[in-house]
Design a protein around this ligand. Structure first.
Ligand code: UDP
Length: 243
């Protein structure tokens, strides 16, 4: 297979909320938004079916807001889910401005903005070459969009979960604090589930392990990396079964 051929037929792409703004920023900013849209468009042009799960941490995370505002945790989580909707609307619009067909499906009912999440309809959009924005996470509090990405990945029978972050992959220490931190090429589900490596929520990693859904953690801020991953280059860190 030539390097230009996509390695995956269908992928769930998880984009952290922090991908939509400059480091430490808040909300959606034009340049990062347009860059992400460009990266997704490039991969869609390869013929890969893509469901995008946007995080909402550039607006708020329920666990933090519940503490800071003295709120009920579930209420704060619903606010967080709405943050993911904001990012999804922005990304849908940015994709459409590039001529990429994109549909928004939401786990919370917001009929004027998108369809309710529906597995069969989502698969139909994929078949028609549309990118689907999977907004509002799972629709349930007390989990994060990592869990949503894992669940949708399994449910929609994706070949891979692509997790875009602000670093190159999974390290043995925090690369922002330790310049000698080592980047792993591969990690096992077990290493993540046992809490030795911070990659994603443990529940999400368990789901990926149970259904043998491979995960690739890559740098969302490094232009072209998403396409390289999809074309099968070993960039970032792969999470899978041992051996
Ligand atoms: N959230 C939730 N249920 C979900 C997905 C998200 O309650 O299924 C809430 C939760 O409060 C979370 C916030 O939405 O903190 C934003 O999502 P996440 O923290 O995953 O965003 P990221 O860190 O990826 O930007």
């Amino acid at each position: 297979m030539s390097a230009a051929q996509p390695q995956y037929r269908r992928a769930i792409l998880k984009i952290s909320g922090e991908g939509f703004c400059p480091p430490g920023g808040f909300g959606v900013h034009r340049d990062p938004l347009d860059r992400i849209a460009g990266e997704v468009a490039d991969v869609a042009a390869l013929g890969v079916q893509i469901g995008v799960v946007c995080g909402g941490g550039n607006f708020l995370r329920g666990v933090n807001s519940a503490q800071e505002l003295g709120m009920n945790r579930s209420a704060a989580d619903y606010m967080g889910m709405l943050g993911t909707v904001l990012n999804s609307i922005a990304l849908q619009d940015a994709l459409q401005r590039r001529g990429v067909e994109a549909r928004l499906q939401s786990a919370l009912a917001i009929a004027r903005i998108g369809e309710p999440f529906h597995r069969e309809r989502c698969l139909r959009h994929f078949e028609k070459g549309r990118v689907v924005l999977l907004a509002a996470g799972t629709g349930n509090p007390h989990v994060t969009t990592d869990s949503c990405a894992a669940i949708r990945g399994v449910e929609l029978e994706a070949d891979v979960l692509l997790k875009g972050t602000k670093v190159d992959g999974v390290y043995d220490d925090d690369p922002a604090k330790n310049p000698d931190a080592k980047l792993y090429d591969d990690v096992t589900y077990e290493q993540v589930i046992n809490g030795r490596l911070r990659v994603m929520d443990i529940g999400a990693a368990e789901m990926c392990e149970q259904y043998s859904l491979p995960v690739v953690v890559f740098n969302l801020f490094e232009p072209g990396t998403l396409k390289r991953v999809v074309q099968g280059e070993h960039v970032g860190t792969r999470m899978g079964a041992a051996g």
